[in-house]
Design a protein around this ligand. Structure first.
Ligand SMILES: [Zn+2]
Length: 288
């Protein structure tokens, strides 16, 4: 018998050491992975410090209530109930230098070209903007067959070298890795798994054993140019046709229940006056 994982609760208040220890223990026993615990501890803090629109790639939980200003835009390749934009992250449908923040949690391993997604985050982030990117390293296959990659901290640093690295967090050491795998079965979770989990908190986290890597990066402020004046106003104004977006054109205008690209004439459905669907959920043919 295998126990299910559980994504746990986002932490939105400052925890004392005692409370954190108790909550982590509860999390571990209820099936929140070491990786997910670290994300839950960081995400709200990240969202709170961004001033302006944030895009979460592949997310489903709207965190707008924690933001200083702007919209929390949920983007996904699949047209789900909760998302605002349905698009392929390899060709983000936003103007260059237009967004204040990006969140991308455990998504890159499911994309066939993760480096393209990183390059798109770089392009769309405004100078001074920040991104929170979390990727698995020593983590078992999941969501098969849509599980394509694992990322070392060294590869991520290389791929993110255009950004300024704000922080990188390895979430566990050897015993934490052991605790992660021992969490799968109830017998080991409640015995040696829990002890491994506790003892791991006393040892340094290591690149060799970490289940997840959390990375905070920013785009240098000095890169500000005439194309990136501000991020104010409605996030909808920053939407661009994904086929033409790189060429700086592709502005969209509305016609009936569609948005139409001024440059290439592509039509994209608008659902409920709100949701814009650029993608069909097909990784190979996402522009129509
Ligand atoms: Zn176009």
């Amino acid at each position: 018998m295998a126990f299910k994982y559980n994504s746990g609760q986002l932490i939105y208040f400052r925890e004392s050491h005692g409370r954190k220890f108790f909550r982590r223990t509860q999390d571990y026993l209820s099936g929140v992975t070491v990786a997910r615990q670290s994300i839950n501890e960081s995400l709200i803090d990240f969202v709170r410090e961004i001033d302006g629109n944030i895009v979460e790639i592949g997310g489903s939980q709207n965190l707008e209530e924690y933001m200083k200003s702007g919209k929390y835009v949920l983007l996904d390749l699949i047209n789900t109930e909760s998302n605002d934009v349905t698009a392929n992250a390899e060709k983000l449908p936003f103007a260059s230098n237009s967004m204040s923040g990006f969140v991308c949690i455990s998504v890159l391993e499911h994309t066939p070209n993760p480096q393209k997604v990183i390059n798109e985050i770089w392009r769309c982030l405004r100078p001074g903007g920040k991104a929170f990117i979390s990727v698995p390293w020593m983590f078992e296959a999941h969501m098969e067959p849509y599980d394509f990659f694992r990322f070392s901290p060294f590869l991520m640093k290389k791929w993110l070298s255009d950004f300024d690295l704000v922080d990188i967090q390895l979430v566990n050491g050897y015993l934490g890795l052991l605790a992660h795998y021992l969490q799968k079965k109830p017998l080991t979770r409640f015995t040696i798994g829990l002890w491994s989990f506790w003892l791991d908190q006393l040892a340094p986290n290591k690149a060799a054993w970490t289940t997840q890597i959390n990375i905070w990066v920013s785009k240098e402020k000095d890169l500000l140019n005439e194309a990136s004046d501000d991020d104010s106003g409605d996030w909808i104004q920053h939407l661009r046709c994904p086929s033409c977006v790189i060429l700086k054109g592709g502005e969209l205008f509305e016609k009936g229940s569609c948005k139409i690209c001024k440059d290439c004439g592509s039509r994209y459905p608008v659902i409920n006056h709100k949701k814009i669907v650029f993608a069909t959920g097909d990784l190979n043919n996402h522009d129509q």
